[in-house]
Design a protein around this ligand. Sequence first.
Ligand SMILES: Nc1nc2c(ncn2[C@@H]2O[C@H](COP(=O)(O)OP(=O)(O)OP(=O)(O)O)[C@@H](O)[C@H]2O)c(=O)[nH]1
Ligand SMILES: [Mg+2]
Length: 460
Amino acid sequence: MVLDDLGSSLRGTLDTLRGKSRISEEDVDKVVKEIQRSLLQADVDVDLVMDLSESITERSLEEEPPGGTSARDHVLRIVYEELVGLVGDSTPIPLEEQTIMLAGLQGSGKTTTAAKMAWWFSKKGLRPAIVQTDTFRPGAYEQAAEMADRAEVDFYGEPDSDDPVQIARDGLAATADADVHIVDTAGRHALEDDLIAEIEEIEGVVEPDRSLLVLDAAIGQGAKQQARQFDASVGIDGVAITKLDGTAKGGGSLTAVNETDSTIAFLGSGETVQDIERFEPDSFISRLLGMGDLKQLTERVERAMEETQDDDEDWDPEDLMKGEFTLHDMQKQMQAMDNMGPLDQVMDMIPGMGGGLMDELPDDAMDVTQERMRGFEVIMDSMTEAEMADPRSVGASQIRRIARGSGQPEDRVRELLDQHKMMAQTMQQFQGMGDGDMQRMMSKMQQQGGGGGGGFGGMF
Ligand SMILES: Nc1nc2c(ncn2[C@@H]2O[C@H](COP(=O)(O)OP(=O)(O)OP(=O)(O)O)[C@@H](O)[C@H]2O)c(=O)[nH]1
Ligand SMILES: [Mg+2]
């Protein structure tokens, strides 16, 4: 993903500062070179990279690190702040009634982003509607209708019309009950005059509260030009960057935004309607630098726990913090993990588990893990109530029976029992910990650059 390389290479360089309390010019030089290399490779504009290098060097050498801060943390904080400054603020998206128009070149991801945003707004409790004005691309109506269906939101389009402006007018009237109107527009290969004329006309009818430019992360330096032209014609209030899950470098799109005085509103990282997040500069950069994104992770865990709890009213995550950790608890944890979304995305948010570490795993490691989890699930289905509550009682003959019943190898059953034992031990350590202990443990995990032992982090 975008600037992926930066986190791991920079961590390596910063690690050479470990243990030092003062930082030399040579040290700073090394760090800055590493940053320059990554940013340029990621297609970030040269002038911007030079500006950034200069500030990082200056600040690292001149600013006095707050008492007790190591040289490494001092530089890391400066790099973090400068990078947050580089990507800029997030486009404000108030949670209220509004009309948003999407613009962008052909294939940039407008229609997908319209559905994703609609899904996002609906999760925030607003009622969104998508108005599809694309009469240019064959199948545009069907594609948008299907995506709206998947996002479970209102939709308006006219498959046989060739007048986008009329569709926009009719669409807004037909979806008047919705709180948020998202108007999707047609794309073209390049910014041709007729596209500009068309979108200006649609804008005149729609009178959007904000217009967002949809940019493919692969666009590179071309992003700057596009952002300027769209801004000149309809006025761009913010950018949605798509396809960040791909191999694209993304630096061009990220920084085009900086140069056109625009800001980023959303990030798209997949083809399903859920693959969207609000752009939050600090959590974005934290993740980039492998510092993890505790805020997002906590929110996701909480949501997943709630969903899991909704499925089973007898189970309360708080129980994990007291008493015996049974296989039932482990099963619930696995369901919660499932509710949290793809494992690799979750891992990316855990301090020390992000970026670099995941890259070092073979590509199919994640699939294997998901497969193991599936295996564990069917094994647990084959266990008796008593065995679930007291897994220590499970002996060789039960293992044979469970393996046969679940169609899983006996080794997999033993693996499950081992995994449970490890998690139970970790849970015991967590139990009776105060907040301070918890924080100390988190920061220890961060320093070690690994997931502390048990939990699902220990599954690798
Ligand atoms: N992997 C990935 N694919 C995406 C993402 N966003 C869009 N796509 C894919 O990119 C292709 C083009 O997306 P669309 O949403 O149709 O793009 P568009 O801008 O509406 O295209 P036109 O209407 O033809 O201008 C589709 O195959 C999408 O599934 C993303 O974030 N990640
Ligand atoms: Mg489209």
